[in-house]
Design a protein around this ligand. Structure first.
Ligand code: FCB
Length: 466
């Protein structure tokens, strides 16, 4: 059986600025927290940094041509805040904005719809020096920056996203410390989560006031597909607690204008949440035009027992948990084949999330803004890169998305993570998520077999039988 996707379905691929652009010190760009973090020994595998990355800043025209050859209808990228507004305050840098203007023009000239994300984790280092996301002012700085980018690109970009995966920014950045800025303070992480929510709301307002009425404002979250190990009340309670910290801490304020009562109770011994001001929730609930869902793998939890196996929540090794106040929760390896990240392959998690938000936010269009897998891809003797596992992964997840559409979910697009191999954060260049292989010594791009396969799906709108 083949599966046809609805007409107008967006077939895209995604990247993020720090992961591909390089040119870290060019044209007025100042360091972001990821420059500082990756240049600090011990933080990133192999000592890798994003200084050069895939050199996309200089090669974007070739990269857009490649996207067109691969039949992509849309491209999700992120705007580097310190390239556009160095230090995160004050006037914009023209050359920084010119890069994104040129990128967008190039995409449009090739019939590819641009979907910029304003924040994919590269906070200007100077804002971190003033306290970073745990401080309220950072949300206001973000809104100012959002307005600057909207003014510059608003005439040619229709669909915008404010933040990418604020969960990672807050809890990996300030909780477990495996991401920049590498702080390990659970209260700072909760404060960061709130100020990211506020940044989303203020940023959405700034976008709206600068953009034409037809523009769509979205956010990309990584809601958890959290499963309980057993149906025991204790395990179900662990699931509830992690669901609150992974998902509802963002979706409840954004969709319903409230923080979950159970989250406030679970974390009461750490914080009184007094940094949430009265008017904040109304701001955060700014109407969304689409919800972006990033999904890779599910999470399995139980209540902790005395002989706990090591925590395996797929978010890197740290003695500090990214889950504030959840020290009585144990994480388990979910069943299924593993990718090179040791993430289990389970497309039912994607289906479940699409159906959950279809029920929770009726009428809100959904976009799968990231999905994909890392494998140990190597060129063969002829230089070709065969990645049948990635094809199988994407196939299975597209089938799950199609099933959700059949069951009533308004899924309007799919963005493969990633267009090309790139700087995979704390894993450096070791993990390859690309449909296009990058040889970092020469910067040569080689479409893997998955890229050819995906191009055919995108061209036809039909998912073939496996
Ligand atoms: C997501 C990030 C993206 C990439 C993928 C593998 O959490 O948004 O930048 O690292 O994971």
């Amino acid at each position: 059986m083949t599966a046809s996707f609805p007409p107008g379905f967006l077939w895209g691929a995604a990247t993020a600025a720090y992961q591909i652009e390089g040119a870290a010190q060019e044209d007025g760009r100042t360091p972001s927290i990821w420059d500082t973090f990756s240049h600090t020994p011990g933080n990133v595998a192999g000592g890798d940094t994003g200084d050069i990355a895939a050199d996309h800043y200089h090669r974007f025209r070739d990269d857009v041509r490649l996207m067109a050859e691969l039949g992509l209808g849309a491209y999700r990228f992120s705007v580097s805040w310190p390239r556009v507004q160095p230090t995160g305050r004050g006037p914009a840098v023209r050359r920084g904005l010119d890069f994104y203007r040129a990128l967008v023009d190039e995409l449009l000239a090739h019939g590819i719809q641009p979907l910029p994300t304003l924040y994919h984790w590269d906070l200007p280092q100077e804002l971190e020096a003033s306290g970073g996301w745990p401080e309220r002012d950072t949300a206001h700085r973000f809104a100012e920056y959002a307005g600057i980018v909207a003014e510059a690109l608003g005439d040619r970009v229709e669909t915008w996203s404010t933040l990418n995966e604020p969960w990672c920014s807050a809890f990996l950045g300030y909780g477990s410390g495996v991401h920049a800025p590498g702080r390990t303070d659970p209260v700072a992480a909760l404060r960061a989560a709130h100020h990211l929510n506020l940044a989303h709301g203020l940023g959405a307002q700034a976008l709206r006031s600068a953009l034409p009425a037809r523009a769509r404002v979205a956010v990309s979250l990584n809601p958890g597909a959290v499963r309980a190990l057993t149906r025991s009340p204790e395990d179900l309670d662990a699931q509830r607690q992690i669901d609150a910290l992974a998902t509802r801490i963002f979706t409840d304020p954004m969709l319903h204008g409230r923080y979950p009562a159970d989250l406030l109770a679970d974390t009461a011994r750490l914080t009184d949440w007094s940094y949430v001001h009265d008017s904040d929730l109304a701001v955060i609930k700014h109407p969304l035009d689409a919800l972006g869902i990033n999904y890779y793998t599910p999470t399995v939890v139980s209540a902790a027992t005395d002989n706990e196996p090591p925590r395996r929540d797929g978010h890197g090794a740290s003695e500090h948990s990214p889950w504030p106040a959840a020290d009585r929760v144990a994480f388990h390896q979910p069943p299924g084949d593993l990718t090179a990240m040791d993430w289990s392959v389970d497309p039912t998690g994607l289906y479940d999330l699409l159906m959950r938000f279809t029920r929770e936010a009726p009428g809100l269009p959904l976009l799968i803004t990231e999905n994909g897998a890392a494998y140990e891809d190597k060129p063969d003797a002829e230089g070709a890169v065969h990645d049948p596992e990635r094809i199988a992964y994407v196939h299975a997840h597209l089938a799950a998305a199609h099933r959700a559409i059949t069951d009533g979910a308004d899924v309007q697009g799919y963005f493969l993570w990633s267009l090309m191999d790139n700087f995979e954060w704390a894993y450096g260049y070791e993990k390859r998520f690309g449909a296009v292989h990058v040889d970092y010594a020469t910067q040569a791009r080689t479409p893997k077999s998955s890229a050819r396969w995906y191009a055919e799906v995108a061209r036809s709108g039909v998912l073939p039988t496996e």
